[in-house]
Write a protein that binds this ligand. Structure first.
Ligand code: FES
Length: 571
């Protein structure tokens, strides 16, 4: 691509008053004319925020990217976008994923940017940035922030999945509140995102397996100096991508999505992967369905032994060779001739990878677990599908029929879960309604609801739980999620009552409410939605337009791309 055909020349290459204005105000930052005139302008889309602690080191990371951009002859410009910190944002970061994607899309399109680096870390910061960038479709490279170092508490390795165990331990009296407070800093002892195969790590693996990063992106710890080296190389590469005009649509083919699904099954990735990948596919115009996740996951065993499906952490994953080893192990079933962001094919990128620790990354001949990381369920209780993570569930509950104990919403759950008179035992099936995209709104991560205290005290660790909500990627248990249609939109979940029999059969992909059709029809006729529609603002827009989980929970009007052209030019 010649410098005159650069998108940014529509600003900086102009003569007269317009060119003066575009350039003069850049110069007030102390930038000489030749610094940016005719050079590829690289936007660094930064989700740095002190309110997103997982991304709090991103200013430093951006400096490394800038060094690479300058070394390769580009001109870096850093810009902020809405940052979604999983731990602090209420009511749930997922409510704002689509809003952040709009910010990213419009920020890229509206500015003189030829290529963009997306700095992603905490859970939603990856899909929101990739979704927004897909709707513009200029050369784009992702740099993930990297996981935290492994936590250490009382001589043991710990990570985010232990929060659920610690919480149950406090509730059952095995751990004190003081011990819990001490464990906080022990868990989060460095910069970076959650150190298990939670959603953030899954997203970092997703973008690497889609070919949107340089190899080894996913696992390098945030605190490891090689993360900065990686960022600098990425800065160099994006300049080349602009010259080659290598856009997201060149990388995000149908086959690339199939690769990502297979890799996710092998790593035991988060169930949130499903919802985010569907949304990304819809933005770039690839026809992907929930059924594809079954088709391309079903024969893939779990190769990676990381919490919450196993016992190790992202640091161990990196030392064992990281995602390249998984890609190499799946070589015979991946599309290996696909081009990736560095201009090389999948096969070329991963041909030298070897596992340095088979206990952490195994191979297809001797997998860590034979269960796949993800299963898609069908049945009358989830007409449009539901998701379960078999690798993090209890084998004895994978085929189970029990009577429903129903919570109408999250407040009802909190009010009654530890009530000694709650009629529940280990064979019951816990059902939580109205935590879907529209009903909550925003589909929070409450699907792995805690087990009643009285059963915890008896040593019970898992029960079948069903909801239209999501689960943290760090969570585990026999938890059916993303039931679609959600209760608020009249899915059958809405009319489940205490005592109904529910049958889960993961092997046969079935989730059934065992109630007669006549009774179901009677209940449906008497049902009215109970959710509140926000009367104004973004949440009103979201509730009006958000789609169901099986479609990716994006807003209907955001699907697809508007390209990179600025349609009106007032100067
Ligand atoms: Fe940010 Fe877990 S809270 S990745």
């Amino acid at each position: 691509m010649s410098s005159s055909s650069l998108r940014s020349q529509g600003w900086f290459g102009r003569t007269g008053k317009d060119g003066f204005i575009y350039r003069a105000w850049m110069k007030n930052q102390g930038i000489p004319d030749e610094e940016f005139r005719g050079k590829p302008v690289i936007g660094i889309c930064n989700t740095w925020s002190e309110l997103t602690p997982c991304n709090a080191h991103f200013r430093e990371l951006a400096e490394s990217v800038k060094k690479g951009v300058i070394a390769a002859g580009g001109f870096p410009v850093e810009f902020p976008v809405m940052s979604l910190g999983e731990t602090l944002i209420k009511p749930t970061a997922m409510l704002y994923r689509n809003l952040a994607s709009m910010d990213v899309e419009e920020s890229i399109r509206a500015n003189p940017i030829d290529g963009v680096i997306l700095l992603c870390g905490c859970d939603k910061t990856t899909p929101s940035l990739v979704m927004g960038a897909c709707s513009v479709n200029i050369p784009t490279l992702v740099v993930s922030g990297g996981p935290m170092l492994t936590g250490r508490y009382e001589g043991k390795n710990i990570g985010t999945s232990d929060i659920w165990r610690f919480n149950d331990a406090v509730r059952s009296g095995e751990m004190t509140q003081e011990q819990l407070t001490v464990s906080e800093a022990c868990m989060c002892r460095s910069a970076g995102h959650c150190a298990v195969m939670g959603t953030a790590s899954t997203m970092a693996c997703m973008v690497e397996s889609l070919g949107l990063t340089l190899p080894t992106n996913a696992a390098i710890p945030a605190a490891d100096s090689r993360r900065k080296v990686f960022a600098q190389y990425s800065g160099m590469r994006i300049v080349e991508m602009v010259k080659e005009d290598l856009k997201l649509s060149d990388l995000l083919t149908r086959e690339a999505f199939e690769n990502a699904i297979k890799v996710n099954a092998a790593i035991g990735g988060s169930t949130n992967f499903v919802i985010h990948l569907l949304a990304i596919a819809n933005r770039i115009g690839v026809n992907l369905t929930l059924e594809d996740f079954h088709t391309f996951s079903k024969d893939i065993p779990l190769l990676v032994n990381l919490q919450p499906s196993g016992s190790y952490f992202m640091e161990d994953f990196y030392y064992a060779g990281g995602l390249p080893v998984v890609m190499k192990a799946l070589e015979t079933i991946l599309h290996t001739d696909l081009i990736t962001a560095n201009g090389k094919t999948v096969k070329e990128n991963y041909k030298e990878a070897v596992s340095y620790n088979k206990d952490v990354i195994s191979d297809l001949t001797d997998p860590f677990k034979t269960e796949t990381g993800l299963a898609i369920l069908k049945g009358n209780l989830c007409e449009n599908g539901a998701v379960i993570k078999p690798s993090a569930a209890s084998p004895h509950l994978m085929c189970h029929t029990g009577r429903a104990v129903v919570f109408e919403n999250i407040e009802d759950y909190h009010k009654r879960i530890d009530d000694p008179s709650l009629d529940i035992d280990e064979t019951s099936v816990m059902v939580l309604k109205n935590v879907g995209p529209v009903g909550y709104p925003g589909m929070p991560e409450v699907g792995n609801m805690g087990i009643p205290k009285k059963l915890l005290e008896k040593g019970l660790m898992d029960m079948v739980r069903i909801s239209d909500g999501r689960m943290s990627g760090t969570g585990f248990g026999t938890v059916v999620l993303h039931v679609s249609p959600e209760a608020a939109k009249g899915g059958l979940l809405a009319v489940v009552q205490d005592g109904d029999l529910i049958s889960l059969d993961v092997k046969n992909r079935s989730l059934q409410l065992l109630v007669s059709d006549e009774e179901i029809e009677k209940r449906k006729a008497n049902w009215t939605p109970s959710y509140q529609l926000a009367d104004r603002g973004y949440v009103h827009l979201y509730q009006k337009h958000v789609e169901q989980a099986h479609l990716g929970a994006d807003m209907d009007f955001l699907k697809g791309s508007s390209g990179s052209k600025v349609t009106r030019d007032s100067h």
